[in-house]
Design a protein around this ligand. Sequence first.
Ligand code: ADP
Length: 413
Amino acid sequence: MFNGLRLKLTLTNTIVTGLIFLFLLSGVYIVMQHSISNQSEKMMRAIASNDRFRYSPFITRARPLDPNYFFVVVDSVGNIVDTSPNLTNSHEEIYALVDKTMEVGQDFSYIKIDGVSFRFLKSYSNFRNDLLKIVFYNTQPESQMLKKLLTVIVTIGIITVLITFLASLFMANRALIPVRQSWERQRDFVADASHELRTPLAVVQTNLELVMSNKEDTVENQLHWLENIKAENARMTKLVNDLLFIARSDAGESQVEKAYFPLDIICKETIISFKLLCDGNNVNIIDDIEHDVNFYGNETRIKQLITILLDNAVKYTPSGGQIKVSLKQIDTNVEINVSDTGLGIPKEHLNKIFERFYRVDSSRSSTSGGTGLGLSIAKIIVNEHHGHISVNSVSGQGSCFHITLPLKKKTHH
Ligand code: ADP
């Protein structure tokens, strides 16, 4: 898939650049051709209008007539009356040239003799109109020069296209790196999500089969299986909701509505909702919450963020442990710390736990209902509030999650 895309990108780039160069270089060629032929025409007209018939006005003083320009003067019956001094051709050759010229009706045109082309200009003498002066110009050097120019242009063109191709290939490779990464991420995400859903689906299936194999039995007696189904169903619901949350944030769809709300009260409320669970687990939960922290953000999501951290803290802290939540306002930031005296996270996993589906010990987490999405959602929420989340942890001693969120000051009117 990516190879095809890369080739397509490279070729499109090369073709577009090639066409631009073709356009520019043919422009250069055409301009050169015009200016050369204009120059020679000017020269021919100057030679023609020089009534002394021997030298052009440009050359009288300095150099003799350019060997590519020459003229022949014929009278009304076609005899050669005069030729330019630089003409070394034989009489036959000159007559052949003149005859050929006379066959052409126009006064200014081309003829070709023995593969050599000449430009000619016929003009009548000002003082003896029975005399015809024909100025010739051998275009061979001119066309040779243009040929050389064309070779240079074609060579430059080919080199440019080659370089463009290589450069485009390089650029396409670079441009595709983030595309490939996000594609792979997405592919892994889908694969992990399907994998996560398979287990609860299988559990539901087996439990349903158990219930159905004892049709005569009462619901009461089968409650154990039914509760399994209910628990797995709840797990799937949570998983699907989490997946949806992540997918929406990936798509950039989740427009978080923000408003001012009392963060201290939200923290307290969330802690209270965990109190019962902690008591049941024989875990002590304490708080250190600063008062009157008015925060600008999305209340539901911040609550979800604290819930995720507390949920983990409870999950990974054994009986007799302690969980502490603190909230402080420092300068223009609020700082939330959620620490526990639980299992802790081994060093090598610390920078990975915010990744999707990442679990330190997947066998341990799956029994505790974890999917590995909690912390990645926490990170999304923190990012939505332009904050920062980090973790300090010592394996076997506990963990501390540290969140910094910028505080937007209320503007009083
Ligand atoms: P899960 O649903 O598995 O808890 P999370 O994304 O919330 O997924 O966490 C990822 C992993 O980080 C967990 O599997 C766990 O191994 C580790 N982890 C998170 N919080 C704690 C904590 N407070 N103490 C120990 N380990 C933790």
